[in-house]
Design a protein around this ligand. Structure first.
Ligand code: FES
Ligand SMILES: [Fe+2]
Length: 460
């Protein structure tokens, strides 16, 4: 018996979007409102996109030890992400093979096995059925692989970030990430040992489609308007310096920041050209907050000027947004994850990150750095993300106007020399352009149109 079960062959899986004209719904300069509002499209996305491409699940530091697990989702599939007894990271379907109930009801923990709360079937953390109560009641051979938990067939990590896909033909993760992988490297390598550890999260739920968040992830156009109150506060506190959001004041396209599309729906917005390469260069850009000067003085008093500024940089936010389609962003020091709930409801979760000091180069300072890092990470989710989710909800409401059908994303399109394709095929444009959106919708359309080679796996 094969342990791979192909998905998509049965005619019953064609679904309600079988006759949709994707080229009509997604055009060069605009997309149809239905892609944000139609339940049938949402249902198809949960397999074609959240299944058809590499989707972020979790960070390895969340399951650092053998038998650690956390529960997450791939689209709407409930999963247990586990580091099994042999150290292998698996994405088990959190669905009992008996009658389908959610097997594990905990957010996280450490266990070699999972016992179903309904009738007590017990599964090893490799996904294999270990035993059932009163087995003499079964004529069938319960060692048949079909009773083992379903698993996502491909789970790969890139430097601690765990992604998964059902698509047997997807490129290896590192090739899929391609030119965005070195940008992720840079994000990590400024930390000691090139690592971070994920800690708790700011959790938002908004009444809007998941794509509204991804469409906004590289949007430098909205900042000066949507985040005006934050920008004005920062302008007042920052004086002449372009700190935090204040960088977007005046005319953002004449500044050195830019957006780059790297393929497969991935892109980043880079404000690092504004960064002075010196200890304290990053800290100098950090959004000004009450109490900051006192922290800075305290660090200088305790660690000396040069070391203090190098430490303060570790608490400062990296000025880049790195977005991996469909659900993952690195923003400042956060890992942001978009979790679809329904066509009009989404979780946007901002996981905080801490630096780790495995080599001991930071000594006692690591606690101070991480304490201050938590303060800098409180700022944007509290004062900025609320503006964004308000926009997403208001877009979803606006799109309920059935007769007014189109959403435009043509900023920068058709202006000579504005959007540039580089020799490696990546695309750059000014920070306010919607080129990134046009490109990630090409990837979305490709996935929605494709007959993908999808499968699930079970232990033999
Ligand atoms: S549903 Fe899990 S044991 Fe019955
Ligand atoms: Fe925003």
């Amino acid at each position: 018996m094969t342990t791979l079960e192909k998905i998509g062959a049965a005619p019953s899986r064609l679904g309600a979007t079988a006759l949709y004209d994707w080229d009509y719904l997604v055009q060069e300069d605009r997309v149809h409102r239905l892609i944000y509002t139609d339940p049938a499209i949402f249902e198809a996305e949960m397999t074609q996109v959240f299944g058809g491409t590499w989707t972020y699940l979790a960070h390895e530091s969340e399951i650092a030890n053998e038998n650690d697990f956390i529960t997450r989702r791939l689209g709407l599939r409930p999963l247990i992400i586990v580091r099994d007894t042999n150290g292998t990271v698996r994405a088990l379907y959190n669905r009992c093979t008996h009658r389908g109930t959610t097997l594990c009801r905990w957010d996280k923990g450490n266990s070699k096995s999972f016992q179903c709360p309904y009738h007590g079937w017990n599964f090893l953390n490799t996904g294999k059925l270990r035993g059932v109560p009163w087995p003499e009641g079964y004529a069938a051979d319960l060692r048949d692989a079909k009773y083992n938990l379903a698993q996502v067939p491909r789970v790969e990590s890139y430097r601690g970030f765990i992604f998964a896909t059902l698509n047997m033909d997807a490129l290896p993760l590192v090739e899929h990430l391609g030119p965005i992988a070195p940008v992720i490297d840079e994000w990590l390598d400024r930390n000691p040992g090139g690592k971070v550890v994920v800690c708790e999260a700011n959790r938002f739920k908004y009444k809007g489609n998941w794509k509204l968040a991804y469409d906004n992830s590289c949007d430098g156009y909205h900042v000066a308007y949507s985040h005006r109150s934050l920008l004005e506060t920062e302008n007042r506190m920052a004086g002449d310096n372009a700190k935090g959001m204040a960088y977007y004041r005046d005319s953002p396209d004449t500044l050195a920041m830019y957006m780059r599309y790297t393929g497969h729906g991935n892109h980043y917005k880079d404000k690092r050209p504004n960064l002075e390469k010196r200890p304290g260069g990053l800290w100098a850009l950090e959004a000004t907050q009450p109490g900051m000067a006192a922290y800075e003085a305290d660090f200088i008093r305790r660690y000396g000027r040069d070391r203090a500024f190098a430490l303060l940089d570790l608490a400062g936010s990296e000025p880049v947004n790195i977005n991996v389609f469909p659900n993952f962003s690195l923003l400042g020091n956060h890992i942001q994850v978009f979790e679809p709930i329904s066509v009009g409801e989404t979780n946007a979760i901002w996981y905080g990150t801490m630096v780790v000091d495995e080599t001991g180069e930071l000594g006692d300072a690591v606690t101070d750095v991480n304490a201050l890092r938590m303060r800098t990470q409180e700022a944007f989710p509290n004062f900025g993300e609320v503006d964004d989710v308000a926009n997403f909800e208001q877009v979803q409401r606006g799109l309920m106007a059935v007769e007014d059908e189109w959403v435009y994303m043509h900023r920068g399109l058709g202006i000579p020399c504005r959007v540039k394709t580089l020799a490696d095929g990546t695309i750059t444009a000014p920070a306010t352009d919607e080129a990134f959106m046009r490109e990630h919708f090409k990837e979305w359309k490709r996935l929605m149109k494709s007959r993908l080679n999808l499968a699930i796996r079970r232990e033999p």
